[in-house]
Structure formats: C-alpha cells, structure tokens
Design a protein around this ligand. Structure first.
Ligand code: CU
Length: 114
C-alpha cells in the first residue's frame, strides 16, 4: 500500500514537472566565448533567443566585449580571469569588438529557436 502511494506521488510529481516544462517557452543555454591570444573564440556564436553568452578573459591584459551593431551591450573592462555574460533577448546579429583592441571582433547570431 505504501509503495502504491509513493508511486502515486512520484507520478504526480513527474506530471507536474512535465507541465511546468511545457509552459516554459524556451530552454536557455549558456554559450562560452573565450578571450585568449587577443581574439574571441569562437568568433561567431549561433544562439537561440533567451540563451546566454558568457565571455571569459583568459589573457593577462584587460579586454572588453562591446557591441558595434545590433543589440547594444558592453561588458565594461574585463580584467584578466574575469567573466561577463549577456542574455540574448532580441533576434538578429550583434557585432562586437574589444574597445582596447579594435581588431578583436566577433559576432553573435541570435535565432528565433524552436
Ligand atoms: Cu582587447
């Protein structure tokens, strides 16, 4: 009897979890961009709406990730070893660069997702 009740509770919990998941419009993924050797890697990231892009500065010098076209964003000064993340809430392509080293460029392509 106790086993049946436990099973019942487990099934209700699974059903509730399933409904909660169905109600959420998007699953958010975090994409990683490493700043290393004076470049953004990968240079182009394709993401879905609602995803996050996390930048990590693995160089010894400070950098920034600052948009130049598309949705505005700016990490500010990213010291060595620091991370900063950006949530993609608008569809389209965002071009960015490092304000200290303008030859360092990258882009984020934000797709509508499923
Ligand atoms: Cu830089």
């Amino acid at each position: 009897m106790r086993g049946i009740i436990t099973l019942g509770v487990a099934l209700v919990t699974i059903a509730a979890f399933g409904l909660a998941r169905a109600a959420a419009p998007l699953r958010s993924t975090t994409h990683h961009v490493l700043i290393e050797g004076m470049r953004f890697s990968p240079e182009v990231v394709k993401v879905n709406l609602g995803d996050r892009v996390e930048f990590k500065n693995a160089d010894l010098v400070p950098h920034t990730a600052s948009s130049t076209a598309g949705t505005p964003f700016d990490s500010g000064i990213l010291e060595s070893g620091r991370t900063w993340s950006f949530t993609c809430e608008t569809e389209g392509t965002v071009a960015y660069r490092c304000n200290f080293h303008p030859t360092m460029t990258g882009s984020i392509v934000v797709q509508p997702g499923e």
